[in-house]
Every structure is written in structure tokens, then in C-alpha cells.
Design a protein around this ligand. Structure first.
Ligand code: PLP
Length: 396
């Protein structure tokens, strides 16, 4: 390897964070599945508590398998440090609670994950923290800043319409106002977008999705400066939303094929989106790689790749959409994204089942909206499945 040359993305995904010599000369990182660690001498305790010697004490405070996963994730996002959680929601809630206090105000964007919206809008309100929800654009976010605004939270790309926020513009305005910016970058992954390079303060991913990548584990990660991550880690030790070592191992394992998966999913998603655009029973396709998407230009400038996920709307009504979904034979109907199996979600009846149509339409979630999370199957097989299911839809 040439000296001083930064390893490529796939090399980092396989090797970053891992010791060259591991327990029992294992190739893979061992799972240290223990809730507590033994002190062999009273002196060990003194050295540990005085900070003279780094070691493990108790799982809620740290674990070597989790440390490897965190170092790998930090390398991929170009962060000083990373911190894993039991789920993406745990990463979001712990981080927001860590930096907010009663009387603060949060600016956040519409088209975010439903539980994030609920937490910021309703749960934070119970603690005297107000929020303003705006459209996901740098201008709308900046215009909503108040003197008591303590942080800005947005997804980019957003869920499910794939709006991309101009990070350079947003960070410039936020820095001027002295307000930290937190981005949920789950849909993009560090392969397609590294918000820390734009000066964003903290990046969050639901590791459940593309990072672990196999629809088999929950996890969340927050990435940023060593100082910020240490602050959140201290709070995590109290709140206790730690990831289990076995789940951390599954994330390490999933990350080994990360770059291969994402490249394939990016390419397939765009190919399928372009095919859907031409289909007579499709009303609209929301993919930022299509020139008519409102974020086409900024996505091209800001992102290295786009995503394996996008949304589309059928012509017709709820019944037509349900007929289409029922007749899919390869694509599975389910609410997640980023895994090896293609999953299709119907936000109106899966994610927002508890809202009235009026409430859903206020959020832009129409009856005919579907979100397709493309897996690693062959794109042509996914297209064939969409084609046969669309053929069963009878429009008036
Ligand atoms: C964009 C986004 N962020 C966060 C989450 C929450 O992640 P988790 O399910 O790992 O708690 C999700 C879940 O779907 C999501 O789509």
C-alpha cells in the first residue's frame, strides 16, 4: 500500500477499527458477550477509576466488540468518534435530550421518520421544549430560527420523498446563528454523503438499515467530534440504550460488504425509477436522480451517489394501490429499508395507519404513495415483479 494514501471505501469497510492480531488468531472480530468484566486486583480498580488505565468495567459503560464497530463507522463517515445505540431512535432521542433543556426551541423538517416527528413535536414539548416544523430546505430552516433555538434537526435525503437539503447553505446560516446542526443521514449512508465534511455537527444513522444491511438487527449510531461524542456517551451510560455486543458484531459483519451493496442498490434504484417513470399506471416518481425531482441539482452537487430507496405514486386510488401491493411476488411488503431483501412500504396504511386521511394528506402522505427500498436482487427481476403486479391494476 502506498504511504500516506487514504484507504478506499471498501478497504475501510472491511478493515477499519479491527486489530490485525485478534483473539485466537481469528480473522473476524470476536463477540465479547459479557455484561461485566473482572478486576483481578484491587490496584486494577484504582488504576481504572483514576483514569490511569483504560479497561472495561460493565457493559453499559463499554465493550470491545462495540468499540471495533464504532471505530469502523467513524472511519466511514470521516468522524473523530462514533457511538452506537440499541436502535436508531435511541441514538436520536439520547442525542437530542443530551443537548436540550427546558425553554429551548428546535427547528426540524417535515418528511422525517414518523417517530422522530412524534418525539420532537410531542415528547419534547412535555419537557418544555418547543419546536417548529418546516419544509426541508436551507431557507425554510434558517427562517424558523428563533433566539432560543438550540439546535436544527433534519434528515437528508428525507423520508419518503427524498428531498435533499443544501448542507453548505444550511451550515453557513446555522454557524452564523451559532446553532448546531444534526443530520439523520440514514437514507444516504456514508458511501453517498458525508455531512461532517460540510461542517454539520452530528450525523445520525439508523444502523438497522444500510449499515447492518441484512434486515436482521437494530442499531443506531451518532458521529461527530470526540468532544460531542464523549458528552453523549456520558449520558448514554445513564439512559442505558446501549447496543448488545452481538448486534454490534452483526453491524461489523454487514459493513464488510457495505460498499458492494450500496453501489448495487444505488444503480438498481435509479434503473427501476427510470423504468417506473415511463409506466402508464405510474403518476409520479420521487427519486433525486430524475431531472424533475426538486432536489435533482443539489443531490448531484452534494452527494457521491443517491440511495437505494425512493418513492412513487400510482394512478388511481387506495384500492388500486392495495391490489398492486397484494400481487407482488418477489418484493416483500414491510416498513424498513436498506437490507438485502427489497421491501415496499405503503406509508398510508403501514407507517401512518393511526392518522386520519386529512392528517396524512397534511404531511403529504397520499393513498397511492409507495416507498421502495431496493435490495440486492437483480434489478431486472425487481422490474419484472413490479410489471406483473401493475398489470393486475385496473384503472377506470
Ligand atoms: C430515517 C430514519 N431514521 C431513524 C429511524 C429509526 O431507526 P430504528 O428503527 O433503528 O430505531 C428510521 C426507521 O425507519 C428511519 O427511517
Amino acid at each position: 500500500m502506498k504511504k500516506n494514501k487514504k484507504p478506499g471505501f471498501s478497504t475501510l469497510a472491511v478493515h477499519a477499527g479491527e486489530a490485525r492480531k485478534k483473539y485466537a488468531d481469528s480473522v473476524t472480530t470476536p463477540i465479547v458477550q459479557t455484561s461485566t468484566y473482572v478486576f483481578h486486583d484491587a490496584k486494577d480498580i484504582k488504576d481504572y477509576t483514576s483514569g490511569k488505565k483504560y479497561r472495561y468495567e460493565y457493559l453499559r459503560y463499554g465493550n470491545p466488540t462495540v468499540d471495533v464497530a464504532e471505530k469502523k463507522l467513524a472511519a466511514l463517515d470521516g468522524a473523530e468518534a462514533a457511538l452506537l445505540f440499541a436502535s436508531g431512535m435511541n441514538a436520536i432521542t439520547t442525542t437530542l435530550l443530551c443537548f436540550l433543556k427546558t425553554g429551548d426551541h428546535v427547528v426540524f423538517t417535515s418528511d422525517v421518520y414518523k417517530k422522530t416527528l412524534q418525539f420532537i413535536k410531542d415528547d419534547l414539548k412535555r419537557f418544555g421544549i418547543e419546536s417548529t416544523m418546516v419544509a426541508p430546505t436551507a431557507d425554510e430552516i434558517t427562517a424558523a430560527i428563533r433566539p432560543e433555538t438550540a439546535l436544527i434537526f433534519t434528515e437528508s435525503p428525507t423520508n419518503p420523498y427524498m428531498f435533499v437539503v443544501d448542507l453548505k447553505k444550511l451550515v453557513k446560516a446555522a454557524k452564523k446563528a451559532g446553532i448546531p446542526v444534526i443530520i439523520d443521514s440514514t437514507f444516504a449512508t456514508p458511501y453517498n454523503q458525508r455531512p461532517l465534511e460540510f461542517g454539520v455537527d452530528l450525523v445520525i444513522h439508523s444502523a438497522t438499515k444500510y449499515l447492518a444491511g441484512h434486515n436482521d438487527v437494530l442499531g443506531g449510531v451518532v458521529l461527530g467530534s470526540a468532544e460531542n461524542i464523549a458528552k453523549i456517551k456520558a449520558f448514554l451510560k445513564t439512559l442505558g440504550g446501549n447496543i448488545d455486543p452481538h448486534a454490534a458484531y452483526l453491524i461489523i459483519r454487514g459493513l464488510k460488504t457495505f460498499a458492494l451493496r450500496i453501489r448495487h442498490q444505488n444503480d438498481s434504484a435509479l434503473k427501476i425509477a427510470k423504468w417506473l417513470v415511463k409506466h402508464p399506471k405510474i403518476d409520479k416518481v420521487w427519486h433525486p436522480g430524475l431531472p424533475d425531482h426538486p432536489s435533482y441539482k443539489i443531490a448531484k452537487e452534494q452527494m457521491d451517489g443517491l440511495s437505494g430507496c425512493f418513492a412513487f405514486e400510482l394512478k388511481g386510488n387506495l384500492r388500486n394501490t392495495q391490489t398492486f401491493l397484494r400481487n407482488l411476488k418477489l418484493i416483500l411488503m414491510g416498513p424498513s429499508l436498506g437490507g438485502t431483501e427489497s421491501l415496499i412500504s405503503h406509508p398510508a396504511t403501514i407507517t401512518y395507519y393511526d392518522m386520519t386521511r386529512k392528517q396524512r394528506y397534511a404531511l403529504g402522505v397520499r393513498d397511492t404513495l409507495c416507498r421502495l427500498a431496493v435490495g440486492v436482487e437483480d434489478a431486472d427481476d425487481i422490474i419484472a415483479d413490479l410489471e406483473q403486479a401493475l398489470a393486475t391494476v385496473k384503472l377506470k
